[in-house]
Design a binder for this molecule. Structure first.
Ligand code: PMP
Length: 411
């Protein structure tokens, strides 16, 4: 096959998708009205797939901090911290993240994706072992590739399987990094973290927890699953992103391990990219303060999460195993998922469409995420749109794949 010949299949798939009248993976956002409303492709819509869990993207404190930072420090850093130095904001944010987790230190990366690349490839090398949950995010898989370490997977959220595999490694368990997520991004289920910590410690391995979707969402102070499961001090590396509950862009890792400071010198995704812009750092610092004191936001978020999960479950949609701000309807065919996604958009609701292999188990998902910024009425609107579409979606499932309809109904 020629270099560019391999794009033929992608071109065919995209042409077929566009022929259905929708471009779910290239929606033009015309104007944003608030964290929960926008005009998209000419239509006013309710946003319900943003990961903006606390709704802080328009918080006055964050906007003000970002404006002030632009005026003071300019629009960008124009280089890596290794070459160009660290602004006061970078250093302050790292201190504040370390304090937030009551950890020795923290490192800020330019994106959450790079935080995983940087930490995984910084910590491990050929000869080491990476033991990852099978349903890990793409950034974890990509970090594994970059590291060159041997990659082993354990069954999703199965601490007994993890323990078995670590035990089998014998002495190599001591050069193994175990990686799990707090809340999993696609189905909203959480890791059995206490059991995972126990297995990892007993076998002498290190543990990294990616709290991308649980920061701000779980725990009294929003520190994530490590706080909720009361294992914060027993996790070696706590990683997360600024792009969800903190409403900006960037990533971090916090740790009590003194080696964390040395990762800066061993991590190509830290060294060879420009550091986050001053305005990004400033709004993130303001958002972190709101997040930490955001108990009321978390109460509202969870009210919406339970309502949405219960509502869709009662309608007969097949969902992930537990209520969470991530609520995804699991469909058995792309066509069924597309019918549901398009129907929602026509009713003024914009959510995420996920095709295999991005979703676990070769499924297609219509994935929603609720926000503390939603009103109770908006959550009702969302559930109402799913209710109107249940029968047409079941019909599309029957047309395309007779196995779909029973699985939707039986949940
Ligand atoms: N880890 C997980 C579990 C994620 O879901 C994501 C993004 N969805 C990332 C890391 C990457 O974060 P970012 O998009 O902020 O780069």
């Amino acid at each position: 096959m020629t270099l560019l010949g391999k794009f033929e299949k992608l071109r065919e798939d995209r042409t077929a998708l566009l022929a259905t009248g929708a471009d779910p993976f290239g929606m033009p956002i015309d104007e944003l009205y608030s964290p929960t409303e926008a005009r998209i492709a000419g239509r006013r819509v309710l946003l319900a797939g943003t990961n903006n869990y606390l709704g802080l993207t328009f918080a006055p404190e964050c906007l003000e901090a970002a404006h002030a930072a632009i005026d003071h420090d300019g629009t960008g850093t124009t280089g890596s911290r290794m070459a160009n130095g660290s602004f006061a904001g970078h250093r302050a944010l790292e201190r504040e993240i370390a304090e937030f987790y009551e950890c020795r230190s923290a490192i800020v990366f330019t994106t959450g994706y790079q935080a995983n690349l940087g930490m995984i490839s910084g910590l491990t090398r050929p000869g080491d072992v990476l033991m990852i949950d099978a349903d890990s995010h793409a950034s974890i898989y990509d970090g594994c590739k970059l590291s060159g370490a041997e990659v082993l997977r354990f069954r999703h959220n199965d601490a007994a399987d993890l323990r078995k595999r670590l035990t089998r490694l014998g002495e190599r368990a001591a050069s193994t990094l175990v990686i799990v997520e707090g809340i999993y991004s696609m189905l909203g289920d959480r890791a059995p973290l206490a059991e995972i910590v126990a297995a990892t410690r007993e076998c002498g391995s290190c543990l990294l927890v990616d709290e991308a979707h649980s920061l701000g969402v779980l725990g009294e102070y929003g520190r994530g699953l490590v706080e909720e499961a009361d294992v914060l001090s027993q996790v070696d590396f706590i990683l997360g992103t600024f792009s969800k509950s903190l409403g900006s862009v960037g990533g971090y890792c916090a740790s009590n391990r003194p080696e964390l400071d040395l990762i800066r010198y061993a991590s190509r995704p830290y060294v060879f990219t420009a550091s986050p812009s001053p305005s990004v750092i400033a709004s993130t610092r303001a958002a972190l303060r709101l997040l930490r004191n955001g108990k009321d936001l978390r109460v509202r978020l969870w009210e919406h999460a339970r309502k949405m999960y219960g509502g869709l479950k009662r309608l007969g949609y097949r969902l992930g195993p537990e209520p969470s701000p991530v609520v995804a309807a699991i469909l058995d065919s792309r066509e069924q998922a597309l019918t549901l996604w398009r129907g929602l958009f026509e009713r003024g609701v914009y959510v995420n469409l996920v095709f295999p292999p991005a979703a676990p188990g070769d499924k297609s998902l219509v994935r929603c995420s609720v926000s503390a910024a939603h009103s109770a009425a908006q959550i009702e609107t969302l559930i109402g749109a799913f209710a109107e579409l249940r029968d047409p979606v079941l019909a599309a499932g029957r047309d395309v794949n007779s196995a779909c309809a029973p699985s939707l109904r039986s949940s």
